[in-house]
Design a binder for this molecule. Sequence first.
Ligand code: ADP
Length: 419
Amino acid sequence: MNFYLGIDYGTSGARGIVIDEAACIQTEVRYPMEMLATHQWNSALWSLLAEIPESLRREIKAIAINGTSSTVLLCDATGKPVDVPLFYNDGRGAVVLEQLRSIAPSTHTVLSATSSLAKLLWMSQQPFFSEAKYFLHQADWLAFLLHGQLGISDYHNALKLGYDVEELKYPEWLEKLQIPIQLPQVLPPGTPIAEIRPEIAIKFCFRRNCLVCAGTTDSIAAFLASGAKSPGEAVTSLGSTLVLKLLSQKRLEDARYGIYSHRLGDLWLTGGASNTGGAVLQQFFTNAELESLSCEIDTSKASELDYYPLLKAGDRFPINDPNLPPRLEPRPDNPVEFLHGLLESIARIEAHGYELLQQMGADKLNLVYTAGGGAANSTWTAIRGRCLKVPVASSVNTEAAYGTALLAMRQVETGKQKN
Ligand code: ADP
């Protein structure tokens, strides 16, 4: 029997999922702790591996790891970090944005204070930079711990470093920055890199030829887990915010709306994120109230209430207006009516978002999978189905670790699906 291990380093902890050749989950292990330093990333990895039953570890054919997008670090020639990592939401790169604007194309996704390239440029101006040999993403460094090869990444992680995912090379404008560092060699996500280091194979009873593969980012891994695979299929994440991802044959880029595309084999994963979503619901209702009040909503009737639920002014997608005010009036006395208005309005924003992606050239929407805390709300699913006019389903699985295990399996088994 062959098994595949996917490891997810998310915002609140790490998780590992082992699947068999039929993509069925064999075990799931967790390290439920925030990890702020690389020595904790290290401990989490060894603790996850140790928790997997030895009988499964002996049969694992390939391993892949996803990290949070734009969590990056510098390390020396031996792979030792020269300073603490910069996390996905670290905005220190804001001070180098002017410099980046002068060299990067005006709509490029690197032009954000939190992009990997903005972080690298900021790091290059710090005293510790002189000790650095390699710049790596979180997933690259964790995979290095297993396979021992430095300087390798994948084109999902490398997108926000400026890597050209269409031409599959670093663009010429990047050279103008003249940063004296080894940028990672970029492979298709899931590509086998090397066999696991012999000492790790011995310690944890892995096969000597267990392969360690190129990784991906947490949000793409969650998309892969959803079950969506054909153009026109989408995944909506109803978490604190509303995130849309639509699989398309055409690549979309529009910095005005925060729209960019990840490469997914021969397809493109287009998407946008709105500031509306569950965080606004939480402002008014507890999760228990959301459940009980939702049951009283008549989903066959559209609510007349027309809100734009936001915690504070400003949205980028599907309306690009940094001053867009929250619209939450009029507020009816009846909480069921109020919640109906909120759910209906978020569903309309979702529908508007998919319309925008299609207007820009994405494939026609035909099925929406759903992830996040709001996915369990069947009332909302019914309202969304009415607004979206396509079937709405739950994601097959919402765990990034599951998507990453699938990635390793597909790449190693077929080598065809060039995710
Ligand atoms: P995050 O983006 O923080 O990871 P989650 O995917 O965990 O978010 O989802 C949390 C959100 O789900 C909360 O903001 C909450 O309002 C929302 N939520 C939880 N239960 C329900 C429900 N029954 N109906 C609608 N929304 C819900």
